[in-house]
Design a protein around this ligand. Structure first.
Ligand SMILES: [Zn+2]
Length: 429
C-alpha cells in the first residue's frame, strides 16, 4: 500500500513537471544578427519565455526547451516597430490627389462618419488600419481617434494606445488650440497615469498656428509628457524650448509635405537632442505604414538638409525613442531580457543592418512576434508554429501567412467605402 502511494506521488510529480515544462515552452532564435537597436550582436541567441524576452546574447547554453529557429546568420532580429501617430479609423481611405490642405478632409470624410462611428462596423475599420501596421512589422500604434480611447478591438494582433489625445474639433480649418480647460484636463490625466499627452500642434504656417506652442507653454502644459505632433511652424526658439522641457516631437514627413509642403525643423531638433519620433498619420494624407514613412523621411531629410540622416538614428525614431515618447520604454522598443517579446525578423545585409530595415518592404518581413506570439510571416518560419490559425496572403508575389481572415476584413471594408476609395493593405515597389 505504501509503495503504491509513493508510486502515485511519483507519477503526479512527473505529470506536474511535464505540464510546467509545457506551459513554459520557450522560443529560441539562434544565429541571427540581433539589432537591439543600440548595439549589434552577431551570431546571437535570443530566447523568449511566455510574453517576455528571457535572454539576449551569445551563450547557446541559455536556450530553453521548446521551439528553436536557426536563422543561419542570414537574418536580422529587430524590436517590433512603434508608430507614434496614426488615425486607425481613417487608414482605410487612400490618399486623395485633390487634397490641398486640412480644409479638404472634412467634406470628404463626412459622408462616411456614420459608418465609421457605428459600433458594428468600427472594428472592421480599425482592423484594416491595424493590419496595415502589422504587415510592416509595427507592433505598437499610438492612434489619434476619438474612439480608440479605452477601446477594446477584438482580435487585434498588436498594441493600440490612444491615451491621452487632445482632440481637434471640427471643422478642421477653424481649429486652433483654444480650449485651455480641455487641454488641462487631458494633460493632468497624462501626468496622473504616466501616459503621453498627444496634441496636433502647429500643423501649418499661418499666424494662428505658429503661436500654438507658445500658448501651450503659457498654460504650463509643455513638459516631458507632451507628444507634439507635426510642429511644422516651429521656429528654432520653439525647438530650444522643447529641448529644455524634454518634450517629444512626432515627425510625419509625408503628411506634412502632402498637406502643407513644409515640415518641422528636424535637423535642428536633432542637434538640440530633442526626442524625435516618427508617425505615419492617416493613410488618407500620410503613409500606409512605417516602412514607407521612414523611406520618405530618409529621402526628405537629404533633400532639405543636404546630409544623410544616420540610419541608426532613423531606426531609433521608430523603436527606442518611440517607446520613450509613449512612456513604455521599460516594456518595448528594444531587445533586452525582461522586456516584452515584440520582435521582427527580416533578411540581413551583413554590413548594413540599420539600412536593411529602412530598405525593407512588407514582403521582406519573415516573422512578426507580438508578446511572444507569432502574427505574420513566411511559410518557412511560421511552420514552427502550426497551432496558430494561419491564413494565406499574397504580398507582392510572396506567400505569407497571417493570423486573421484578412480577406473578409478586406471585402467588408471595400464594401463600406467603395473599392475606388480604399487604401491598399500593403504596398509593392
Ligand atoms: Zn494626425
Amino acid at each position: 500500500m505504501k509503495n503504491f502511494f509513493i508510486f502515485t506521488l511519483l507519477i503526479f510529480f512527473v505529470f506536474l513537471s511535464i505540464s510546467t515544462l509545457e506551459s513554459k515552452r520557450g522560443i529560441n532564435l539562434i544565429n541571427g544578427t540581433i539589432v537591439t537597436p543600440e548595439k549589434i550582436i552577431k551570431n546571437g541567441v535570443l530566447t523568449i519565455e511566455g510574453k517576455k524576452i528571457k535572454y539576449v546574447g551569445n551563450d547557446t547554453l541559455q536556450t530553453l526547451n521548446g521551439i528553436s529557429i536557426n536563422l543561419n546568420s542570414s537574418y536580422c532580429i529587430y524590436p517590433g516597430l512603434i508608430n507614434n501617430h496614426d488615425h486607425l479609423l481613417s487608414d482605410v481611405f487612400k490618399k486623395r490627389n485633390n487634397f490641398y490642405g486640412l480644409a479638404d478632409i472634412d467634406p470628404f470624410i463626412r459622408p462616411y462618419l456614420d459608418k465609421i462611428y457605428s459600433s458594428s462596423q468600427r472594428n472592421q475599420f480599425m482592423l484594416y488600419g491595424i493590419y496595415q501596421n502589422l504587415f510592416s512589422g509595427t507592433t505598437t500604434v499610438f492612434s489619434f481617434d476619438k474612439f480608440t480611447e479605452n477601446l477594446e478591438v477584438p482580435q487585434t494582433p498588436i498594441r493600440i494606445l490612444a491615451e491621452y489625445n487632445f482632440y481637434r474639433h471640427y471643422p478642421l480649418t477653424k481649429y486652433s488650440i483654444t480650449d485651455k480647460e480641455e487641454a488641462e484636463y487631458y494633460a493632468s490625466l497624462s501626468r496622473t497615469y504616466e501616459k503621453p499627452f498627444s496634441i496636433h500642434i502647429e500643423e501649418g504656417l499661418t499666424n494662428v498656428r505658429t503661436q500654438e506652442l507658445g500658448m501651450l507653454n503659457e498654460w504650463g502644459l509643455l513638459d516631458n509628457y507632451s507628444l507634439l505632433v507635426h510642429g511644422i511652424g516651429f521656429s528654432r526658439e520653439d525647438v530650444d524650448l522643447i529641448s529644455q522641457k524634454n518634450a517629444s516631437l512626432v515627425w510625419c514627413p509625408s503628411s506634412n509635405i502632402f498637406l502643407i509642403n513644409a515640415t518641422a525643423p528636424i535637423d535642428y531638433a536633432l542637434k538640440k537632442d530633442v526626442n524625435v519620433v516618427v508617425g505615419t498619420d492617416s493613410a488618407l494624407i500620410g503613409s500606409i505604414n512605417l516602412l514607407d514613412e521612414i523611406k520618405y523621411a530618409d529621402k526628405l531629410y537629404q533633400n532639405l538638409w543636404k546630409e544623410r540622416l544616420e540610419p541608426q538614428n532613423l531606426v531609433k525614431m521608430i523603436t527606442t525613442n518611440a517607446a520613450k515618447a509613449l512612456k513604455i520604454d521599460k516594456q518595448v522598443g528594444s531587445l533586452e531580457a525582461g522586456m516584452l517579446a515584440d520582435i521582427i525578423i527580416i533578411p540581413y545585409d551583413e554590413n548594413h543592418p540599420y539600412e536593411s530595415l529602412i530598405n525593407s518592404e512588407e514582403k521582406d518581413i519573415s516573422l512578426v512576434l507580438f508578446e511572444g506570439k507569432p502574427k505574420y510571416g513566411d511559410t518557412e518560419i511560421i511552420s514552427f508554429f502550426p497551432e496558430e490559425n494561419w491564413n494565406k496572403i499574397d504580398i507582392c508575389g510572396n506567400e505569407k501567412y497571417v493570423v486573421v481572415d484578412i480577406k473578409s476584413i478586406n471585402d467588408s471594408v471595400n464594401n463600406l467605402v467603395g473599392l475606388e476609395n480604399a487604401a491598399p493593405l500593403f504596398t509593392c515597389s
